[in-house]
Design a protein around this ligand. Structure first.
Ligand code: GAL
Length: 423
């Protein structure tokens, strides 16, 4: 999104609005929030709309600041330029350690009054609450919990190929071959850095397990980043290219999901925002499409918590912002939003009766893996390391994946450098 064009339009609009306001009666609906997010696919937009409608039902205005681009890289670039020009939105989808980075810049406003009135400390799991606080104050509110390590499949394609849902990486490769022989693309993928990183972290989890994942992608341990297990993860990741098609370069993730929906491709490795696309297409989990933990990762849960961080704003905008924060954790929003988004609620006390079998499995696995040390933060989705480290790792992963001749050992060496350079 060209940010200059956008701010130009905003300025024009602001001037026009100011001119109109000086002539007209005061608006009954003046308090407004502007919310930056990147929820622009079919399923994502349906989910974002839930919040807009709830705000409007309470008499607040909603200015949608949607910046297309899965994974949010473009959205973050646009947000930075808006914030630098001293004009941030009221709220923005900012996640994990990045919340602290914005907090350190002194740009976030606190939500302690709402948090206290609504009892957030009791509602939220402590690990989630921790991420939402800066300097002891709530500055963000969680909308959901996404699981990244999922495999999605079209059951008709699997049947045509005579294979079952794979549960190990070996089974994934052999099912993939059978699907190819039956005339379909085995694995739908979009060649974008964040999608490559999403598949990579899932494969690394499958080959190395949660402890290795934690050492390499969270603690940035040099031996883990540059060692044999990393080489194995990289080599296995690269082999997955054999299951992908030649036109994947630059493809958006939701287009890849639609290939599974339409049955031109058999499977996709992607977080459960993909479920939002199946849901938007009117399909039923377990019948029209299948979900399972990504092969080899049944005992792990890579979490990705979407949250809205609040910028320091004043007056009516602050009032609207506080209402937004309150609504986000209320059961009505948590249920409706997450049914559309494919994720599970951020608060564990809600009845999951309305949710489909994939979401119910997600909730159970979240709780089970939390007890068994299987819960890991997603590197690809900004939950594990700061943005500069994440960006440097993305570069290595994507360059290696697309290179004809880079050896896995060389990529592993670059991983070590990426983590060091960013420190
Ligand atoms: C993730 C985000 C999800 C989903 C996905 C694809 O990073 O947490 O909410 O939007 O990107 O855009």
């Amino acid at each position: 999104m060209p940010s200059f064009a956008r701010s130009f339009n905003k300025t024009t609009l602001a001037l026009a609005t100011a001119a109109a306001a000086s002539l007209a009666l005061p608006s009954a609906n003046a308090a407004e929030v502007e919310v930056l997010h990147w929820w622009t696919s079919g399923g994502e937009a349906r989910a974002a709309n839930v919040l807009k409608e709830l705000m409007e039902a309470e008499g607040y205005g909603w200015e949608d600041f949607a910046v297309a681009g899965g994974g949010g890289e473009t959205a973050m670039t646009v947000l930075k330029s808006r914030a630098m020009s001293g004009n941030p939105p009221s709220a923005a989808q900012i996640k994990g350690p990045e919340i602290q980075e914005w907090g350190e810049l002194g740009l976030l406003g606190e939500l302690d009054e709402v948090a206290e009135a609504e009892g957030w400390d009791e509602l939220l799991p402590p690990t989630v609450a921790e991420v939402m606080r800066h300097d002891g104050s709530y500055v963000a509110v969680p909308v959901n919990v996404h699981r990244v390590n999922w495999l999605w499949a079209n059951p008709e394609v699997l049947e045509a190929a005579g294979v079952e849902m794979p549960t190990t990486l070996d089974e994934l490769f052999s099912a993939g071959e059978a699907i190819r022989e039956a005339g379909y693309i085995p694995l739908a993928h979009g060649g974008q850095a964040w999608q490559d990183a999403t598949v990579f972290e899932t494969v690394l989890l499958a080959t190395g397990g949660t402890e290795f994942y934690q050492q390499a992608l969270v603690e940035l341990d040099e031996e883990a980043l540059g060692g044999e297990q990393m080489v194995e993860a990289l080599e296995t990741f690269k082999r997955l290219r054999e299951l992908m098609d030649d036109d994947m370069s630059g493809r958006d993730w939701n287009i890849a999901t639609s290939m599974v929906i339409e049955g031109t491709a058999g499977m996709q490795l992607m977080g459960d925002w993909a479920k939002g696309e199946f849901t938007a297409a009117g399909l039923t989990a377990g019948e029209d499409y299948l979900c399972a933990a990504a092969p080899g990762t049944q005992d792990a849960f890579t979490f990705n918590i979407d949250s809205l961080a609040m910028f320091r704003v004043e007056g009516e905008e602050r009032e609207a912002q506080q209402a937004l924060a309150r609504l986000v954790l209320e059961p009505t929003f948590q249920e409706a939003f997450n049914l559309a988004k494919g994720s599970i609620p951020a608060r564990p006390d809600l009845d999951m009766g309305e949710f489909d079998s994939c979401a119910q499995q997600s909730m159970q696995d979240f709780q089970r893996t939390a007890e068994e040390d299987g819960l890991v933060p997603s590197m690809a989705h900004g939950m594990a390391v700061r943005a500069d480290v994440q960006g440097a790792i993305f570069d290595v992963v994507t360059n290696y994946f697309n290179s004809r001749d880079m050896a896995a050992e060389e990529a592993a060496r670059r991983m070590v450098n990426a983590a060091q350079a960013a420190l």
